[in-house]
Design a binder for this molecule. Structure first.
Ligand code: FRU
Length: 493
């Protein structure tokens, strides 16, 4: 008889960094079985087969396929020795699991193949730029920015030595190189912490066409405000001739830009990148990229078809979630297209997401009659009138649910998870809110519900609220405070 392992136990750091060879086939089989049986398993989102998934990495278009790597520790639902897993797709919604492709197996990445990016050099070579995390005998950290070449047959060759080491003036919290094309050259932005413990972003450029030689340009200036103690996962994309910088500041003062999550994912929009002065010209103030409960490490790139595509980790560092009891945590968002409308950033699931829609159903939601949904795996479209309230993930008498409310006075939209029987992450509050610019009396919502996630797109992407939702098994009904007609599409797995 096998006893179920306790996946919620605390892991020592020795356990987190154990070589993968330590884990027996029986251990992996038991873990995968526990994960497969998890009631929180999503149906149309990317999630790990086992263990922990965090940042999307290397999001790129290569050899006629989108490539989407991700951070993974496959042996438990905790941050341990990280590798890159890979999913490929031709349409950004149907993904094929290609397994783990980049392992922490050299002296320059012994304690984790950390986050990074990828860019196709040809149909045969995908250049991968990633951070190798290492620890010395005294557990002191050293970070290396490493290169690798990935081929369509699945072979991967790491470059022999790091492409960049940490420059003077910065600590070893230096990581997450994101490569991009700009004016016929290849650049990278890298997340950093200065010796004064301030969050920063470095700009670097390749000095040869093979991308095997790199040099620093300097620290990227985009604000006068103090960026907390660290910036992770910077990305620079270009939209309508504007430069949009996405990044994750840690320890940011809420007075600079208000947020409620442990760490925010933010952006600024600038007129351009000025390499000579290593600055973003005329950069806007900071904005939250997403006003939901769990979203981080968004990775974006300018795809060859002209779109700017983005995908997020629906999770946060240093946060426990209920699925850990089943041996896993972390999912990726839908793929979103980034656009600018009236100078504002919009995010909306890529058009291909429509191909997931199955039978359409028109329903009337009300306070009294529960509307059952077969499984919590659907898209819901509503025009929510101000002062109405929508209840999702509800039980049959609506005593537990997630609610979304729009206030008449100020167009404030509030997402509330107070009424859920399962609790997590309560320290950071049970409500999140956002506002939208609409002067009309209604707000259009497209809600993508999956078994343990909810992505809310407000007014076709003007604002986004992305969250994990963990409910009891009977919470499969919809209600509204005042009568409301809605359209539901079941979504393909
Ligand atoms: C962000 C992050 C990155 C790092 C990776 C390690 O979530 O901390 O800065 O490269 O995760 O998994």
């Amino acid at each position: 008889m096998t006893t179920k392992l306790d996946y919620t136990k605390a892991w020592t750091s020795a356990e987190r960094y154990r070589p993968y060879g330590h884990y027996s086939e029986a251990y992996v089989a038991a873990l995968e079985t526990a994960v497969a049986a998890s009631p929180y398993t999503n149906t149309y989102h990317i999630q790990p087969k086992s263990g922990l998934l965090n940042d999307p990495n290397g999001f790129s278009y290569f050899n006629h396929h989108y490539h989407l790597f991700y951070q993974v520790f496959p042996y438990g639902p905790v941050h341990g020795l990280k590798s890159w897993g890979l999913m490929t797709s031709t349409d950004l919604v149907h993904w094929i699991d290609q397994g783990i492709q980049l392992l922490p197996d050299t002296v320059y990445d012994s304690h984790g193949a950390y986050s990074g990016s990828a860019l196709a050099l040809s149909d045969d070579e995908l250049f991968i730029f990633y951070t190798g995390n290492t620890r010395g005998a005294d557990f002191s950290r050293a970070a290396f920015q490493n290169g690798a070449i990935y081929h369509p047959d699945g072979s991967l060759k790491k470059l022999d030595s790091p492409l960049l080491t940490t420059p003077q003036g910065f600590t070893q919290h230096f990581r997450d190189p994101m490569i991009f094309d700009y004016q016929e050259k290849k650049y990278a932005v890298i997340g950093a912490q200065t010796d004064q413990q301030e969050g920063a972003i470095m700009l670097a450029h390749a000095t040869n066409d093979q991308l095997t030689s790199w040099a620093y340009d300097g620290q990227l200036h985009f604000t006068d405000a103090n960026m907390g103690y660290m910036i992770e996962c910077p990305n620079l994309v270009f939209l309508d001739q504007k430069a949009v910088l996405l990044f994750c500041p840690q320890g940011l003062e809420q007075t600079i830009c208000d947020y409620q999550n442990i760490f925010p994912n933010m952006y600024v929009i600038a007129d351009d990148l000025d390499v000579a002065s290593t600055s973003l010209t005329n950069a806007s103030p900071l904005h939250n990229l997403d006003d939901g409960f769990e979203v981080y490490a968004t990775q974006a790139f300018n795809a060859p078809d002209g779109r700017a595509l983005a995908i997020s980790w629906l999770g946060l560092p240093d946060l426990d979630v209920p699925s850990q009891a089943d041996g896993w945590q972390g999912i990726l968002s839908l793929v979103k297209e980034l656009t600018l409308k009236n100078g504002q950033l919009y995010q909306y699931p890529v058009a291909e997401t429509l191909t997931l829609r199955q039978a359409q159903e028109k329903v009337i939601l009300s306070a009294k009659t529960p509307v059952p949904v077969q499984s919590n795996s659907f898209e819901l479209e509503v025009e929510l009138t101000k002062d109405n309230e929508l209840y999702l993930f509800a039980n049959s008498d609506n005593t537990s649910h997630v609610s979304i409310k729009i206030e008449l006075k100020n167009g404030k939209i509030e997402l509330n998870r107070t009424n859920l029987p399962i609790k997590w992450s309560e320290t950071y509050g049970l409500t999140r809110s956002t506002t939208c610019s609409t002067t009309a009396n209604t707000v259009k919502l497209n809600l993508f519900v999956d078994r343990s996630s909810l992505e809310i797109f407000i007014n076709e992407g003007e604002k986004v609220m992305s969250s994990r939702i963990f409910t009891a098994s009977d919470q499969t009904f919809l209600f509204a405070k005042h009568e409301l007609s809605a359209t539901i599409w079941a979504l393909k797995k």
